[in-house]
Design a binder for this molecule. Structure first.
Ligand SMILES: Cc1ncc(COP(=O)(O)O)c(C=O)c1O
Length: 410
């Protein structure tokens, strides 16, 4: 506890310096790489030169697609640098309407509404649509934005309940739902929320089984498909398409525009028209935060248009994923079996993951090492992310570098 004589600034400075020192001595300090040039299959890193990039979310290679860039430039010329307002005051522009219609059409739902990020969308959805007496039930490995969105919602709405089920364990989810239905405090709606593609494991939420269980218990299903949209399913519509579900069989989607769909920034909620209308009327991030910049909205619209016009992009991504997963397996690294573009190689210790990532970078291959607090202690990993923009020469260099690493570390 600080005393009256102690300066808060001194206490803060000492505390912060202590944490940073501990991270540095433990080999866990993250160092930001400076990228000089556009995102792509190879990128230029300050002090490193050109390296092959296997850690961006640029799954379809659209982040630097000339038409996506041009749409943004043209959007900026036409609509200016920013909206200078929240949407309901005077911040809704034509590109927002166009983009939201396109997202809804692409996902196969009635309506969509955009935010400056999917993180913000996750803060909006539960706190707005859930009410006291409802319960939100979350997969234990859901993305941090869902976890924090749920936490915030239960603070905003006293009496809103929450619970967690073991990762992709459908029996456990059933148990949690049974308990919830028997709980006298649960007087409203059960909500089940899952990632479509789990960002750190690269495995899939079992949307077909989840839908069936939700139907059995009268629950709503919410899917964050940030890593699935543009990636999964024959035409890239997402994880629901992979499982043969229509968009309307998911009650609400959340998603990002910062990955496959152009990689700029932004997020959305998509689902029923009335649900979206509630978000417009009551969502705190909707009422109190600026709109997505129009230049980003124009680029994202173009990205979806390109994807809809060329499903071959998704096919190329799928082939690249299969090639990389086979290559990693042949080297002898274990990678969770899955069709997604996220291939984690578990190494255990955070410092080891960071050191291995640096060794790969020395070989000209950029794969980031993730440790605590992004993943639980003891499960640090190298996360390889594959893109449709990669050619076989990139993929072979990755596999060659990983083989070197395996030889060295066993
Ligand atoms: C599953 C998932 N949801 C949401 C987000 C956040 O997206 P955004 O960057 O648009 O806030 C991420 C980003 O890493 C993610 O992996």
């Amino acid at each position: 506890m600080t005393t009256m004589n102690e300066s808060g600034a001194d206490v803060f400075a000492a505390r912060t310096a202590g944490v940073l020192k501990e991270l540095e001595t433990g080999g866990q300090l993250k160092r930001l790489q400076m990228i000089e040039g556009p995102m792509g299959p190879s990128i230029h890193l300050r002090g490193r030169g050109t390296v092959d990039c296997f850690c961006s979310n640029n799954y379809l290679g659209l982040a630097n697609h000339p038409d996506v860039v041009e749409a943004g430039v043209e959007g900026q010329r036409r609509y200016g640098a920013g909206t200078a307002s929240v949407r309901f005051i005077c911040g809704t522009f034509e590109p927002h309407e166009r983009l939201e219609n396109r997202i809804a059409d692409f996902l196969g739902v009635e309506a969509a509404y955009t935010f400056v990020s999917c993180w913000t969308a996750s803060e909006a959805i539960f706190g707005t649509l859930c009410e006291p007496g409802d319960i939100i039930i979350s997969d234990e490995l859901n993305h941090a934005c869902i976890i924090d969105g749920m936490r915030l919602a239960t603070v905003i709405k006293k009496g809103l309940l929450k619970s967690v089920y073991r990762h992709s364990d459908m029996d456990h989810l059933r148990e949690v739902l049974q308990k919830a239905r028997a709980n006298p405090e649960m007087t409203g709606v059960p909500w089940v929320v899952t990632d479509g593609v789990f960002s750190m494991e690269g495995d899939l939420g079992k949307l077909d089984e989840l839908r069936a269980i939700c139907d059995e218990f009268g629950a709503m299903l919410v899917v964050d498909d940030s890593h699935g949209t543009g990636v999964m399913g024959k035409t890239g519509r997402g994880t629901h398409e992979h499982f043969g579900l229509a968009g309307s069989q998911v009650d609400f989607f959340t998603g990002t525009l910062g990955k496959a769909l152009g990689g700029g920034a932004g997020g959305y909620i998509a689902g029923s028209r009335n649900g979206i209308e509630m978000i417009i009327q009551r969502g705190r991030p909707t009422l109190f935060s600026n709109a997505l910049p129009t230049t980003v909205a124009c680029s994202a619209s173009k990205a979806i248009e390109i994807l809809q016009g060329d499903p071959g992009l998704v096919g190329k991504l799928r082939d690249n994923v299969a090639y990389v997963r086979k290559g990693i397996g042949e080297i002898g690294f274990e990678v969770i079996e899955s069709p997604t573009a996220i291939c984690p190689i578990i190494v255990g210790d955070t410092a080891k993951a960071i050191a291995m990532s640096n060794e790969l970078l020395d070989m000209g291959v950029f794969v980031i090492g993730f440790g605590y607090p992004v993943v639980p202690e003891g499960t640090a990993r190298l996360r390889v992310q594959v893109s449709a923009a990669h050619e076989h020469e990139h993929l072979d260099r990755l596999i060659g570098a990983l083989a070197e690493l395996k030889k060295k570390h066993g």
